[in-house]
Design a protein around this ligand. Structure first.
Ligand SMILES: [Zn+2]
Ligand SMILES: [Zn+2]
Length: 764
């Protein structure tokens, strides 16, 4: 059996050093790379398909950060490298191609580089503009030595070689590591054989895990990791979340105490670590940079070495000043726009003196210099993260929508609605509750809203996920005559629009437009909240615009550009994984929880590895693996019971997002959706109501200003229909409110807003 090598590390605490256990990322990667089921899936290259975001490889960081660029690719059995000059399969021998990197686009693999033109027999010009070629067009590598004084860069004229071209031709790529002679056959030229490079991008997650269900006692902090290249669904399944460590929060130790060990490991992984790859059937160089670190807001502040969200300069990205005081009056623009950036350079400067008293230039405003500790830089306990090339505290701590929107802005608003605005109006609350119950009973939402509105203070993320999809449209259609609600209804409408947009897994086309719409929705929400703050006369009202979570939304656009849709960095799955950790906590005797939990997960990894047919080095130094018998044994012996017994609990995490995506569930009678004809799948989708064996079609009528303000559209029956059997459902929709003759298209349903504007109302 393989053994997972959990590490015992010392962590500084208030009572001297204590110990914790950790399953290091590099050890996890060694197992994953040697696992034939995982090896191929976890490494990947940038995806440059334009104007879409269907996988994380398409995010800006992945496409541009140097550690994520693939420096080699095997073409017809030959490794083609960064800096190689290759001949192309064209008839023109005067043109060669200087390779820089490899990427994918529209499911094809491309080499990116520069055309090299023969100008004379002693003069070659390397074009300055980049060019992409399908790798299939590469013929062979030119092995003639390159003479420096024969090469020039060309744009409009010949110039000396640019530094980039010079490095390509004469530098050595840091990921290009020669194989030692000992592993090569004697007749091979040592300088010609290098380890293949596999880039495995990593997402880290850190969070508080309470030791019991009431969350009050025995707090723990945990670290988890996931491989970013896995498809959305796989990335969120328990089997693909790797446990690193959990540590009791006491005596001055906490999750941040584990950072030195984690940073040291990633410093090695950024340089590259040799590991056996089941996919390549040989040792390769695995480079594993961090894509982002996921956490809730207080944890993100802590990771960045900033004071908590209540501080005067709470933003990780910029120096907006936020104060709760009544005298703190600013205009709308102030709350919508980005302020002076808190850059990585600033973080490095702030970390350079023990007392955090280094002056930060142009902070908080252009032309001002301010000591770091005056602009909410706290201490240096997490400063070691700055040693990583792949981590930027400003950019790689994406706005987390579970805590920022659902448990932040949405929660403030629902509590405000019930406990402030309708405080003494029990009749309206009762009516509202009735509508909510009726509505969820009749719609295509996969989950029901069963909570009592009065308990909104204890709602979970999944409760808000149901509520926010229906509350705006109910308020606007049933309660707009109620003047108590005049100021808060527009806020819910804008929140509904924003949620519908951001709770999507992917954007298949027109991504630029998607980003503009998200940014608009954020600004409209802040404007509605601003008008509410200014307009309300209620003594109990607490201002929204000075709350950090409201302001953080203005940065959401940057994260979506850098990484992709926000559901990718929502922490709900990580939070659910905590339940899994907690089950393990219960089974320990609480003497040494960090060790016991770590070893338990380590054993699971080793067992899973054997089941998946992974290989390992045995005691005599040879690589071995299990036969196919184990897999067959499990299949024959009640698979789910096996997993339950050996891995504890269910294998899957719940998805509460109801994004309108079509999984394999069947079309339900009396439900609405967008459909395309099976024999014409690229036709424009049509809205339809499933009624028995037919789909009745509806069409949207031109929207009025009022419809736009209410974030809905109206549809009418066209009288046409088609057999259900002829149609494919492409998106579930909600049109359950009927105002004769109009069906109200609820654009607050998650995913609906973008779907309708990207497919049906695209000229609006
Ligand atoms: Zn924390
Ligand atoms: Zn900011």
């Amino acid at each position: 059996m393989p053994v997972f090598p959990s590490q015992r590390i010392s962590v500084p605490g208030s009572n001297g050093n204590a110990f914790a256990h950790i399953n290091l990322p590099s050890d996890h990667l060694r197992f994953l790379m040697a696992n034939p089921k995982k090896s191929k899936l976890i490494s990947s290259m940038p995806d440059r398909t334009p104007n879409q975001s269907i996988c994380l490889e398409q995010g800006e960081k992945w496409r541009t950060h140097h550690l994520f660029q693939q420096p080699m690719h095997t073409v017809n059995g030959i490794d083609v490298w960064f800096g190689n000059i290759v001949y192309l399969k064209t008839n023109d021998c005067s043109i060669r191609f200087l390779v820089e990197s490899f990427h994918t686009a529209n499911k094809n693999i491309f080499a990116r580089g520069y055309l090299v033109r023969a100008i004379s027999i002693v003069c070659y010009g390397v074009e300055v503009a980049v060019t992409d070629f399908r790798v299939e067009q590469i013929s062979h590598v030119d092995t003639t030595p390159v003479e420096r004084d024969h090469y020039y860069s060309i744009s409009s004229s010949l110039t000396r070689l640019s530094p980039a071209h010079d490095f390509l031709l004469f530098g050595v790529h840091p990921m290009k590591k020669p194989m030692p002679l000992s592993v090569l056959p004697g007749n091979v030229d040592r300088d010609a054989v290098f380890y293949k490079v596999r880039i495995v991008s990593i997402i880290l997650f850190t969070n508080d895990t309470s030791g019991n269900r009431s969350k009050q006692y025995n707090p723990f902090e945990s670290w988890l990791m996931r491989c970013a290249a896995l498809p959305f669904k796989d990335r969120n399944s328990i089997a693909n979340i790797q446990f690193l460590s959990t540590i009791p929060k006491k005596d001055g130790a906490n999750g941040m105490s584990l950072l030195p060990a984690i940073v040291d490991d990633f410093k090695k992984l950024e340089k590259g670590v040799k590991m056996f790859s089941a996919e390549d059937n040989e040792y390769v160089l695995v480079v594993a940079p961090i894509l982002w670190i996921e956490a809730d807001t207080p944890c993100h502040s802590e990771l960045c070495g900033l004071l908590g969200p209540a501080t005067t300069f709470p933003c990780r990205r910029c120096y907006i000043e936020l104060r709760r005081a009544k005298v703190f009056v600013k205009d709308l623009f102030y709350f919508c726009e980005c302020h002076e950036r808190r850059t990585r350079e600033h973080y490095v400067l702030a970390n350079s003196s023990p007392g955090r008293d280094t002056e930060i230039p142009n902070a908080p405003k252009i032309g001002m210099n301010t000591p770091a500790n005056k602009i909410s830089f706290r201490d240096r306990s997490t400063g070691r993260l700055l040693e990583l090339q792949s981590f930027d505290p400003e950019k790689d701590t994406p706005v987390e929508i579970l805590h920022t929107i659902l448990l932040g802005v949405a929660k403030y608003m629902v509590i405000d609605l019930v406990k402030v605005v309708l405080k003494n109006d029990t009749a309206t609350i009762a009516r509202l509750s009735e509508f909510l119950t009726d509505y969820t009973r009749s719609t295509g939402l996969s989950r029901k809203f069963t909570r009592n509105l009065r308990h909104s203070g204890s709602f979970l993320g999944r409760d808000f996920k149901v509520l926010l999809q229906i509350l705006p449209v109910i308020l606007i259609t049933e309660f707009s005559g109620n003047h108590e609600l005049d100021l808060i209804i527009p806020c819910f409408v804008e929140l509904g629009r924003l949620c519908s947009l951001v709770f999507v897994r992917q954007v298949t086309s027109d991504f630029d437009n998607y980003i503009i719409r998200v940014d608009n929705a954020v600004k409209c929400l802040i404007r509605a909240l601003f008008d509410y703050d200014k307009g309300t006369k209620n003594e109990l009202h607490k201002a929204y615009c000075t709350k950090p979570k409201v302001y953080y939304l203005t940065h959401l656009k940057e994260d979506i550009i850098r990484f992709g849709p926000a559901l990718n960095y929502e922490t709900e799955k990580g939070e659910q994984f905590n339940k899994h950790i907690r089950e393990h906590l219960f089974h320990t005797n609480r003497q040494n929880t960090s060790r016991d939990v770590c070893l338990k997960f380590a054993k699971q990894v080793a067992l899973q590895h054997v089941i998946d047919g992974g290989s390992w080095i045995n005691s005599s130094g040879n690589r071995e693996k299990s036969g196919t018998g184990i897999e067959r044994f499990i299949k024959d012996n009640n698979e789910s019971l096996f997993y339950y017994t050996f891995f504890g609990g269910s294998r899957e995490l719940k998805d509460n997002n109801d994004t309108g995506d079509i999984e394999d569930d069947a079309v339900q009678n009396n439900s609405f959706g967008a459909f395309v004809f099976k024999n014409d799948p690229i036709s424009r989708p049509r809205i339809g109501l499933v009624s028995g064996s037919v789909v009745k079609f509806l069409s949207i009528v031109p929207r009025t200003d009022n419809d736009r303000n209410n974030n809905y559209a109206k549809a009418v029956m066209t009288g046409e229909h088609s057999d259900v059997a002829n149609m494919n459902l492409v998106c579930k929709l909600d049109l359950h409110i009927f105002r004769n003759p109009f069906y109200i298209v609820n654009l607050s349903k998650f995913g609906s807003y973008w779907f309708i504007f990207n497919n049906i109302l695209f000229d609006e």
